[in-house]
Design a protein. Structure first.
Ligand SMILES: C[S@@+](CC[C@H](N)C(=O)[O-])C[C@H]1O[C@@H](n2cnc3c(N)ncnc32)[C@H](O)[C@@H]1O
Length: 213
């Protein structure tokens, strides 16, 4: 499936940041961890996709909890990618593959019915009305990711922005093939940097978990 340019909204700000020494060392090893479709075919494991893992600490914790799952993490932020790889090497974690680019370039490389879970924790809120069209999770995004899920596969989205929550409620209600199964935090999701930031601002956390029927 190809995705044309009009559908490919830019949902992120290209944050450069200054790499720490260990992040730079990690980023240098990107080839070892880079997503490769052939690799997935050979592994024969359940596959979870996390979009926008940030610094990746939550993804590391999940990879440890579920050693039999293969995780693909998509992230454009170099410091986060470097940090994640550095931790994978130091902690000997081998069930994470990284796609260091816009997830919209990854989606056409994934097979239909190949993912058991798609998770997006604290997507950029784009809270100003004029920027809301840049939100990652919209109808077009769901149209592209739902076919990649197996039947019984899950979509897990969390936000601390009440207005994003409202639009997610409307969006997900319009998708008959997804059924909401939970409103609360599952054991496997650890607190991320952006969750802590939201809580510090006094925000409520909105947990959306759906299953593909
Ligand atoms: C607000 S941060 C949340 C990071 C992390 N999940 C957390 O909770 O701390 C959103 C992240 O999504 C990434 N992102 C946004 N759009 C993306 C895209 N199209 N492809 C890959 N990463 C994306 C950004 O670079 C950013 O690191």
């Amino acid at each position: 499936m190809t995705i044309n340019n009009e559908e490919r909204i830019k949902s992120f700000v290209a944050r450069k940041g200054r790499l720490t020494k260990s992040q730079a060392v990690g980023l240098n090893q990107l080839d070892r961890f880079s997503f490769n479709a052939d690799h997935i075919d050979l592994e024969n494991k359940s596959v979870y996709l996390e979009v926008g893992f940030g610094m990746g600490d939550g993804l590391i914790e999940m990879a440890k909890l579920f050693p039999d799952v293969l995780f693909i993490g998509a992230e454009v932020y170099p410091c986060g990618v470097g940090h994640l790889i550095d931790r994978c090497i130091k902690e000997n974690i081998s069930n994470i593959l990284i796609f260091h680019d816009d997830v919209y370039k990854l989606l056409p490389q994934l097979h239909r019915s190949s993912l058991s879970q798609i998770q997006i924790f604290f997507p950029d809120p784009w809270h100003k009305r004029k920027h809301q069209k840049r939100r990652l999770i919209n109808k077009s995004f769901l149209d592209h990711v739902i076919p990649l899920l197996i039947s019984g596969g899950r979509v897990h989205v969390v936000t601390d922005w009440a207005d994003y929550d409202k639009s997610l409620n409307t969006l997900f209600k319009s998708v008959n093939i997804l059924k909401r199964i939970s409103y609360s935090r599952p054991f496997y999701r650890s607190k991320t940097k952006y969750e802590k930031r939201g809580l510090g601002l006094g925000h409520k956390i909105f947990e959306h978990i759906y299953v593909k029927i």
